[in-house]
Design a protein around this ligand. Structure first.
Ligand code: SF4
Length: 277
């Protein structure tokens, strides 16, 4: 949502223009996000800012494919003794940071494994609003320099919403995988109530990941415990998503979308392997 606001600001000439905008697509976003992407492409094209999608595969398909390594999404784990855990998250690094870095290297003309010479870099504008300023970080590579237009303009998340609405963007949906375990009940209800196909897909996925990696299971190394998408450690189909409606609760709450360089859950993002960065 904040990224869309930054793009719109650039398209309208309220901040310096960009040479391009990148959307890291995990292949499993809600249909509303893809509709927003289409709008972003149209606005960008009108302003001479190409909006490109970059990808490192489809997170849903890859997770269930026994021929590929298991994608480590931050799934909730019910351990054999009944205690709760959470799988280590590598998906943001693999599906967002890695393809973004690759695209930036390509733009600069130094694809991996070439060394990017000192002093050659892009300014990378990241949509972090004033209410989350503590998430603004320097880049971990020398070929990108992070800049934060919303912080420079003093814009909060609600300022962004107003700005987007004032310029015809209507209700903007957060970007995040349909099956992101960080989704709270409110987001899950939105998927259930607006996209029955995505909801059925989500229920099927939740059942399919219960015993861990299909590849490991086939190799005789099944997961000790069970994976769940929902923090209640119950099958998603059995969760009463309406029970928490309108009440502040852990189940209702969800972070504000998946941001590659500043995960709004507050949990650290695992960078992809240094050999590719
Ligand atoms: S939205 Fe969730 S599942 Fe998707 S990449 Fe981000 S953290 Fe991983």
């Amino acid at each position: 949502m904040q990224s869309l606001c930054v793009l719109l600001l650039a398209c309208r000439g309220e901040i310096p223009p960009f040479d391009g905008a990148l959307f890291a697509d995990t292949g499993w976003e809600p249909k509303q996000v893809y509709a927003q992407l289409t709008t972003a492409r149209r606005l960008g094209a009108q302003a001479g800012i190409p909006v490109r999608t970059v990808s490192n595969g489809n997170i849903r398909l890859d997770t269930l494919n026994p021929a590929t390594r298991f994608v480590t999404m931050p799934l909730f784990v019910k351990n054999p003794d009944g205690s709760r855990g959470m799988a280590r998250r590598q998906c943001t690094g693999d599906y967002k940071i890695r393809p973004l870095k690759k695209a930036i290297r390509d733009v600069l003309g130094y694809p991996h494994p070439q060394r990017v010479p000192r002093g050659v870099f892009v300014d990378q504008a990241i949509g972090i609003s004033t209410d989350e300023f503590h998430r603004a970080k320097d880049s971990d590579v020398n070929y990108t320099r992070n800049v934060f237009p919303l912080l420079d303009l003093g814009m909060s998340r609600s300022d962004c919403l107003v700005y987007l609405r004032e310029h015809g963007m209507g209700e903007v949906v957060k970007s995040s995988c349909i099956g992101c375990p960080y989704s709270g009940n409110s987001r899950l209800r939105l998927i259930r109530d607006t996209d029955p196909h995505a909801w059925a897909d989500l229920i099927e996925f939740d059942e399919a990941i219960r015993h861990g990696s299909p590849r490991a299971t086939a190799a005789g190394k099944p997961l000790r415990g069970q994976f769940y998408l929902h923090r209640s450690l119950r099958p998603l189909a059995d969760v009463d998503l309406d029970a928490t409606r309108g009440t502040p609760s852990a189940e209702e709450d969800d972070p504000d979308g998946c941001s590659p360089f500043s995960c709004r859950t507050g949990t650290p993002v695992s960078s992809p392997s240094p050999s590719t960065t």
